[in-house]
Design a protein around this ligand. Structure first.
Ligand code: DGL
Length: 271
């Protein structure tokens, strides 16, 4: 049984979900967290919805066994294709990143032209277009997949001349549409913010769903009386499904703090 002192469970295909975790640290510093990065199977964004959903179930089973009180899908790809199935099949509350990102974008745009960049699977699912237009049907949404960004981030080339060339190639078409807001529809992409804002220019607001997602987690925990009110030290555990070295070096640099407890783990595969 989980209780208010149980941890928040978070998963992503790799290090991208750390962008959400960092905001959770800021918004909910007293909460214990367990982060799972499925680094053996990254990237998710090139896979079919069925495969991503199967991975999401395996990740959720792993985290559920650790008595989490809430699950955060810190991955746009998994949120796009498996949020409903996870909500139906697991008893814990489940938070995804699409709706918070869509809300932040709809609030930010002035000219009602919004760009969305994400993985192929996220763009194909149309989840952002639907979520943004459900909030304001007059908003025009221009989406493009940027599949090379995920391996670039996992490699740690977050501010590199190669990254800038790739960004220029991907983003020029969406820049020409005259958007004033760009949704970073993949949790890996906020690590590229300096490059992306250089390429898009000052007139374009970059939206990452992490801040809004952290607020939604707080709201959900509050409404269920599950906020951890104790003032003790918060524990932060990390699990990865492949060798942890790269995750550690890129992750610690991004989080700006030491990752103390990290383990390589096997997920129980479906039989
Ligand atoms: N960070 C994930 C996302 O938000 C997944 C990227 C990937 O594994 O392709 O979509």
């Amino acid at each position: 049984m989980s209780s208010s002192t149980s941890p928040i469970g978070i998963f992503d295909s790799g290090i991208g979900g750390l962008t959400v975790l960092k905001e959770i640290y800021g918004e909910l510093p007293q909460e214990h967290t367990i982060y799972l990065g499925d680094t053996a199977r990254v990237p998710y964004g090139i896979r079919s919805p069925e495969t991503v959903t199967r991975y999401s179930f395996e990740n959720t089973r792993f985290l559920s066994a650790k008595q989490i009180k809430i699950l955060v899908i810190a991955c746009n790809t998994a949120s796009s294709v498996s949020l409903e199935a996870l909500r139906t099949n697991f008893p814990v509350p489940v938070i995804g990143v699409i709706e918070p990102g869509a809300k932040a974008a709809a609030d930010a745009t002035r000219n009602r032209k919004v760009g969305v960049i994400g993985t192929e699977a996220t763009v194909r699912s149309n989840s952002y277009t639907r979520a943004i237009r459900a909030l304001d049907s007059a908003i025009e949404v221009f989406s493009i997949p940027c599949p090379l960004f995920v391996p670039i981030v996992e490699e740690g080339w977050t501010d590199d001349v190669i990254t800038e060339m790739v960004a220029e190639r991907y983003l020029s078409s969406v820049r020409e549409k005259g958007i004033d807001t760009l949704v970073l529809g993949c949790t890996h992409y906020p690590l590229l913010k300096p490059v992306l804002s250089r390429v898009m220019g000052d007139g374009v607001r970059l939206i990452d769903s992490a801040i809004e997602t952290a607020r939604e987690i707080r709201g959900t925990l509050e409404s269920l009386s599950l906020l951890n009110r104790s003032t003790g030290h918060a524990n932060h555990e990390f699990y990865v499904t492949d060798a942890p070295q790269k995750f550690l070096s890129v992750g610690e640099r991004f989080l700006g703090r030491k990752i103390e407890h990290i383990e390589k783990t096997k997920l129980e595969m479906e039989v």
